[in-house]
Ligand binder design. Sequence first.
Ligand code: AMP
Ligand code: ZN
Length: 466
Amino acid sequence: MALRFYNTLTLQLQPFAPASDNTVRMYTCGPTVYDFAHIGNFRTFVFYDLLRRWLRASGFKLDHVMNITDVDDKIIRNAVAQGKSLAEYSAIYTQAFFDDSKLLRLEIPEHVARATEHIDQMADAIEKLGEKGFTYDTDGSVYYRIANFPEYGKLSHNDFSGMKAGARVDVDEYEKADARDFVLWKAPKANEPFWETKVGPGRPGWHIECSVMAIQYLGDTLDLHGGGIDLVFPHHENEIAQSEALTGKPFARFWVHAEFLTVEGQKMSKSLGNFFTLRDILAKGHPPEAVRYLLASVPYRKSLNFKFSELKTAETSIDRLRNYKLRLETGKFGAGVNEQLVARTAEAVKAFREAMDEDLNTAEALASVFEYIRETNTAMDSGAFLAGNVESATGLLQLFDSVFEVLEVTRASDALSDEQVEEMITKRTQAKKARDFKLADSLRDELTAKGIILEDTKDGVRWKRK
Ligand code: AMP
Ligand code: ZN
């Protein structure tokens, strides 16, 4: 079965492959760096990460651009309030975004494009749109004339034919309900930063940055464009209107959108005040892997109702996976291969792949792994699981972790290395042999204090990180 994605443009599940040379040219809308991102934002960013990893596991190369919106109304408002320059202010939250992304093990796209580093290219595009008759100027600002783009509405599947021609909106926050001519270039206001460009002094609107940076790095037609579901209208509709008016070609072949993370049924958002940042959650003692696991475990087109109890469940699931890995690494199994189990492993790998291929159905992919773990744990207990089965079972875990990446424990900066742990365990074993139980106990206590758990099994000492 081939990889399929649900395409918002066609409202259908469609087989996906890049248009040329096995490389997926993809663009995803990145953060607006006016504050710390909340875990609702990170649901969408984890979705991008899963997308990347599964496209790669499907044999494709990636050329992925994500923007950093580092100029907008909220950033300017906050920077002014704190007496900081725009660059100073946005640098703080850009760095915070990358720090959080690292903790969540998100891969960094091939190109991270900052809006403020592409201002001249945006002015070029706006000028070109003007030459083609898609813009008009009012008081130093430039607007896009939607009436000249008859296909407007094709992504959000709205019929905007009744819209009022000439009604416009010039802020970065948009009403969902009605379509209006949107601002491409904003005239400077008092105390606001601005750039001198060929379309006059001012700053770009939000939508133009994505069109310009996508086309600059990836060409006229992208294989795939992604974002959160709230971006379908108007942001992505506007990106299409700008890009297709500029190039005369389809802007993206596939549009994929992540549903919301909600709290008690409502979208998590800064404006509702019902949000948690990653930092809030880590401060409560939850490991970042649990957040990653929870955000990844619900298929991206289903809304995810966030509860702290679900983070606990995620931790338990991760523990089961890690314990299983440890058992594979340290268990003593009988010689030979159980062919039936070899077949069972192949079946689990197939089920995992099929689930991910079907529009990244992570819930089913996880179910196939846990079912396999349950069955093979039983086989280990009964002695049916043999030494020759370890390799393929490990292969399944590796496939799982190439996507979910939660098996490795996030270590504190002062954590012991594996080698240091092994060394202390050897010392402890020697102390026990020499009947120096005091030293043996103190070594165990020291390890416990550093988050290392020892288990004395019939096969020797096993250890893991807490
Ligand atoms: P922003 O930083 O506001 O530009 O948003 C960054 C990304 O987070 C966008 O793709 C949004 O669609 C997405 N987003 C915002 N709120 C949520 C939410 N509650 N659940 C999922 N994605 C969200
Ligand atoms: Zn965008």
